[in-house]
Design a protein around this ligand. Structure first.
Ligand code: BES
Ligand code: MG
Ligand code: ZN
Length: 497
């Protein structure tokens, strides 16, 4: 989809008309350039009550030689927010068929630049499908759709700016989805690292460093090594640095990148195990966010670390009962090899301290327990700083990506540091509160400033995206598969909050 803004009054191709509930005729401000017969057809449908303009509903009208129209509902005008505009835009994209032709013109009734922008964003976000692995049938070749958002002269500059920004952010979201949807035989640690390396070549202000398996062993990254050593595809850590010469403290993102999680020796049950290809969703979020920042010309410094490994059972795999030493020097009693995300993250979080960041946020498809708690509707959000947690929650609300506050309680920390033979254990004492015990485990590996023994712990948040990174039926920005969630939240957090 190619989407542009223009103050031109012509209607080219199919007209897209967003309408509030209760509209009985075409709004006056939308009439310019509209062929008469199309207008009267729309008016008839509206006055007869055949299109009620309920949120996200659409209807196509075929006006013969006078063209076609897609009506799209915004719901009631008094409770319609920019989220509804975004969803309406996505609903249009979802409903586009070959019969609508290759040109669309969107016409709004004085709804303001922010809402027009949100509609455009929704259209672009939903314009995604993953069919790299399908044979192309010439007949089925999709026609490239070109969309024109029309507005007044006065709005054109501001709306164009907004649309350009959303295009950049969308590229990040779509990259995150591409990474997540890629099958695990083709997406493994080295592939992810190569992709990051190649990607960075396009930007003067981004550097990518890869810490390979041998280097990780030498550096003492015992968590990453223990999880990844059972696979023929060895683990690695990928570090992205954007605008590294900018002075001062910066945001630092850490991602769990398990390219496939079999559970290891604590093997998972077979049903739906294929879904564990999404277990690198945290690393995809991080990579996608870097893409969004790079595409939108972010000038601040940002660092990101992804911890890549494949969790396999083999004669080289770690065992339940092993005690490993992480980069922090802290030891972990590995009681379940399926609780592997926290092990790779322990090294990523500790490594983050080297960059003396303003704050650290980690993203991980970490626990099934988080899906039990919040379903596919909200990400679990923990932080060692209440204000920071609120800031992330609010950034999520602005862009329509829910991140729900969860408790970081001392009792959970106690549970996770209660090993008889090591500093920590990777499994809680029981099943209950599994998402919270996982968060409490991670906190043990968030360094103090300057790694000072009694110093202040770096501001940190943990986002468990096990339920929201994939499989969400209510996320209307995506048809299926990887959602690419939180690229937009974090882009907003870093650039606007
Ligand atoms: N990758 C899984 C968590 C997960 C489950 C993500 C379902 C998405 C959907 C993680 O590595 C895992 O296996 N966690 C275990 C932890 C347990 C052994 C303490 C879990 O949630 O069962
Ligand atoms: Mg696991
Ligand atoms: Zn996992």
């Amino acid at each position: 989809m190619e989407l542009n803004v223009s103050a031109n009054e012509n209607i080219n191709g199919t007209l897209v008309l967003p309408l509030y509930e209760g509209s009985e005729s075409v709004p006056e401000s939308c009439e310019v350039g509209m062929p008469n017969s199309l207008k009267s057809q729309i008016n008839r449908v509206l006055s007869d009550g055949d299109f009620k303009a309920k949120k996200k509903s659409t209807m196509t009208l075929f006006g013969g030689e006078d063209g076609k129209a897609i009506l799209v509902g915004l719901g009631k005008s008094d409770d319609c927010t920019s989220h509804d505009f975004r969803k309406a835009g996505a609903a249009v994209t979802a409903g586009i068929k070959k019969s609508h032709g290759s040109e669309l013109t969107v016409r709004f009734d004085n709804v303001g630049v922010a809402n027009m922008g949100a509609f455009a964003e929704g259209m672009m976000l939903r314009d995604y499908s993953y069919d790299n692995y399908k044979q192309k049938d010439d007949d089925e070749d999709k026609t490239e759709v070109s969309v024109r958002i029309t507005c007044s002269e006065a709005e054109a500059e501001e709306l164009t700016k907004l649309v350009v920004e959303y295009k950049g952010i969308c590229k990040g979201v779509h990259l995150s989805r591409d990474l997540g949807n890629c099958p695990p035989n083709d997406m493994y640690p080295e592939v992810f690292a190569d992709m990051a390396w190649e990607w960075a070549k396009d930007f003067d202000n981004v550097d990518v460093t890869i810490i390979n398996y041998d280097q990780a062993i030498k550096a003492g990254m015992g968590g990453l090594v223990a999880v990844g050593m059972g696979s023929a595809r060895k683990p690695c850590m990928v570090i992205f640095e954007m605008n590294k010469h900018v002075e001062g403290r910066c945001p630092l993102l850490v991602g769990k990148g398990i390219t496939f999680d079999t559970g290891g020796i604590s093997l998972k049950p077979g049903t739906n195990m294929d879904e564990m290809k999404y277990d690198m969703g945290g690393s995809a979020t991080v990579f996608g966010t870097m893409e969004a920042l790079a595409q939108t010309g972010h000038e601040g410094k940002v660092v990101a670390i992804t911890c890549m490994a494949e969790n396999m059972p083999s004669s080289n795999a770690q065992r339940p009962g092993d005690v490993i030493t992480t980069l922090s020097g802290k030891t972990v009693e590995v009681l379940n090899t399926d609780a592997e995300g926290r092990l790779v993250l322990s090294d990523g979080l500790w490594k983050a301290g080297e960059f003396d960041p303003e704050y650290i946020i980690d993203f991980a498809t970490l626990t099934g327990a988080c899906v039990v708690a919040l379903g596919h509707e909200a990400t679990g959000l923990w932080s060692n700083d209440d204000d920071f947690r609120t800031r992330i929650h609010e950034a999520g609300n602005v862009v329509g990506e829910l991140a729900w506050p969860m408790p970081l309680l001392p009792a959970f920390e106690k549970e996770m540091t209660d090993s008889k033979i090591a500093d920590t254990r990777n499994l809680g004492a029981g099943r209950y509160g599994g998402a919270n015990t996982a968060a409490a485990f991670l906190k043990q590996f968030v360094p103090n400033r300057g790694y000072e023994k009694d110093g202040e712990q770096i501001t940190w948040a943990h986002m468990d995206i096990a339920g929201t990174y994939w499989g969400s039926k209510t996320n209307t920005m995506v048809k299926n598969g990887a959602t690419g969630i939180h690229v937009r939240t974090i882009h907003h957090l870093i650039t606007k909050s």
